[in-house]
Design a binder for this molecule. Structure first.
Ligand code: GLA
Length: 375
């Protein structure tokens, strides 16, 4: 049990759900994530030493980092994300002071809801706060992304860390990953609710398969730049241009790029649908996105497909898709609010029958990104 009175600040950063716009952040696309109330919370106090002492509510261990040697903790099983985040913040020229922190992570690990982004972002925000610095949330997000790349070996885009830092309560974000401009749109779903369900299938090789997809899109970009010299990223390619030039791409690369181009268009359609309050249309777009991730981008897998398809088969559900990096993790489903309980029991039962795994539906809300509280 944490005694908050023993600490100076409580700093949180959110997990995130991605509503639409999958695997296009690193292609310069516009994405529509939202921050969740499932968050990583850091209780922190200065300790007047040149050390950072880190412990967790969920683990018996604790670790100590020397402030002068923050680059040397990459090998740790637990604590490397925190050390990496501290190191990259320090390398960017910020002050790190000795402190004690205990972390309480409520974002389920391996769920595709960005527990690592929540840990990185909250660690940096907490370290800046305890050092008496104010911080720019976007700079925190970019530094956290760099930590993810260097310390987790995932060549990720900016979506997760940005959403974790800059999300707003009740709002969907419209983040342009090329310019980092972000606007917010109330996530008003009429008589529908968003249900988030974890397929709970342990997955492996996620990092290498993710990096492989990213390399494939880079290959597509390089080839298309040969005929479209003005494009700087795959998201710049229109559907018409893609139809004209797609045959220049090898077959697999063509399917990956087709997903990206269409998914960018789906984000635009989803924005229109949400602005118009056309939630049925939004549901249809979610289904199309899942199908594209399954057949073109190939980042779903047996269990996620069973989960999304079982959701789609329930009459109260108007759309469902796998959210996040893929190869496991969570689906989001839009479901008639009055029938959520019935939907969840049906979904969990169908899924268990077909896969043998027990899925979990999370209770969570759309919340703020970073929050800082003086204790
Ligand atoms: C992971 C990455 C993000 C993004 C998604 C897929 O969550 O961290 O940058 O690429 O996958 O949309």
């Amino acid at each position: 049990m944490i005694d908050p009175k023993q600490y100076t600040y409580k700093v949180s950063a959110a997990g995130r759900v991605n509503i639409i716009g999958e695997h296009i952040d690193y292609c310069g696309g516009k994405v529509m994530p939202a921050a969740l109330s499932l968050a990583n919370t850091v209780y922190i106090r200065p300790n007047g030493t040149d050390r950072i002492n880190l412990s967790w509510t969920t683990l018996p261990d604790s670790v100590t980092f020397e402030i002068g040697k923050l680059g040397e903790y990459k090998h740790l099983a637990y604590g490397k994300y925190q050390a990496g985040s501290a190191y990259l913040w320090q390398r960017a020229g910020h002050k790190i002071v000795g402190c004690d922190m205990v972390q309480d992570c409520k974002v389920p690990f391996g769920s595709g809801l960005s527990s690592s982004a929540a840990i990185e972002v909250s660690t940096i925000a907490a370290l800046a706060t305890v050092a008496g610095e104010s911080f720019d949330k976007v700079e925190v997000a970019l530094t956290a992304q760099a930590a993810e790349r260097e310390y987790a070996g995932v060549n990720c885009g900016i979506m997760d860390q940005y959403a974790s830092a800059c999300g707003k309560k009740g709002m969907a974000m419209l983040l342009d990953c090329k310019t980092l401009e972000c606007s917010y749109l109330p996530l008003e779903l009429g008589g529908y609710s968003m249900v988030i369900t974890d397929c709970k299938k342990p997955h492996n090789l996620v990092e290498s398969r993710y990096n492989e997809r990213r390399a494939e899109t880079e290959e597509a970009l390089k080839i298309l730049q040969g005929v479209l010299p003005n494009i700087t990223c795959l998201a710049d390619v229109s559907q018409e241009q893609f139809t004209t030039y797609r045959n220049l791409l090898p077959e697999v690369i063509q399917r990956r790029a087709l997903h990206v181009v269409n998914e960018c268009a789906r984000v635009r359609q989803a924005e229109e649908a949400l602005r118009a309050g056309d939630i049925l249309k939004l549901g249809k777009i979610l289904n199309e996105s899942h199908e594209s991730l399954k057949t073109l981008y190939e980042t779903t897998g047996f269990e996620p497909d069973v989960l999304a398809e079982a959701a789609q088969s329930h009459p109260a559900c108007i759309g469902s898709r796998l959210t996040g990096g893929g190869f496991g993790g969570c689906t989001i489903s839009l479901v008639e609010s009055a029938r959520v309980d019935e939907f969840e029991s049906y979904l969990l039962e169908q899924y268990h029958k077909k896969t043998g795994y027990t899925a979990v539906c999370y209770k969570t809300e759309i919340s703020d990104g970073i929050t800082v509280e003086k204790l």
